[in-house]
Design a protein around this ligand. Sequence first.
Ligand SMILES: Cc1ncc(COP(=O)(O)O)c(C=O)c1O
Length: 370
Amino acid sequence: MPLVPTYIETLAPYQAGRSPTEVCREFGLDRAVKLASNENPFGPSPRALTAISNSLSSLAGYPSGGAELRAVLAGQFGVRTANVIAGSGSEGIMSNIIRTFLCDGDEVLTVDVTFIGFRVLAQSRGVSYRTVPLRNWRLDLPQLAEGVNERTKIVYLANPNNPTGAFFTRAEFDAFYARIPERVLIILDEAYYEYAKDAPDFPDSMHYRYDNVITLRTFSKAYGLAGARIGYGFAHEALISNLLKVKLPFEPSSLAEAAGIAALGDAGFLAQTLEANATGLELVTRELRAMGVEVLPSHANFVMTLWPSAAAADGIVRNLMKAGIIVRPLSAFGVPTGVRITIGTPHDNQLLILALSRIVREQEYAVCKQ
Ligand SMILES: Cc1ncc(COP(=O)(O)O)c(C=O)c1O
């Protein structure tokens, strides 16, 4: 009997984007910007940083398990604390969902181009992970509904989706929901909610408080707290109470919880982040398209670009890295011709546009000369 089950032995682990330090070392650069992991380029709210400093003095004590943050979120979103969970990032909560709801023989269903972290978690549980293709780079909800069978326990939907940046609409979700049996748990992963929430037909999942729907959100993106590991979820209290049994009792950390509460209280910082992102997104999309690059329309803090071949996409990633700009190749997402680029500060965006216009010209030149 092997020590490690086959499904772990064969698991392709999640690979995080490369760090600026690594890239500087490899290419002998003084500075590199990371536009690879959809982080907030402005960092966290100063209020979150102050809250972290203030809570340092209580580090000797165990945290509350997220009780205070849950109460604040309940107040802010008009639900009861019993409907809220807080955890170590939304991925921490996803991991609890996997452990709480899946049994041997169950199946998880999603689309083939989406957040890799969820696939890794589901496969580490040894259950079947089934996907349906995207349609025109959007989630094909009718096909997903069609794909549900008697073994399906969880349907995972990232909205907006990563790496495409597209969202499905209210009408699409309504039609989908009507076809899903109640015994199937629908995860609505809204990691990029803040960026999309004001789009007219974005289906804010707070309007879908059905018994079998769980919303996941995070402080890692618009709130600039990816390093703190803090996220939250909303669901029916029966789901939350079972998740709480499984969750590590002292997750999230007290520093992360304090940061999250303070970040929620800084509406001004969030508004500035969203405004800068909207301007940067518009600029990057327009400038890259003007260079002839295929850029998918996005409602998040990143864009997915498509290149004529996998070799061209690799060349773009590598040449940008040499210029001190780290972006995300999408072969691990199943799109070898794709490259995802996070929207940065106005300065980062200008650097990207300049570097990319030079690289596109040179890369085309190299292709012509062959
Ligand atoms: C769709 C999606 N969900 C979840 C996460 C993970 O978020 P967290 O840092 O809260 O675990 C990411 C991060 O890239 C993401 O893109």
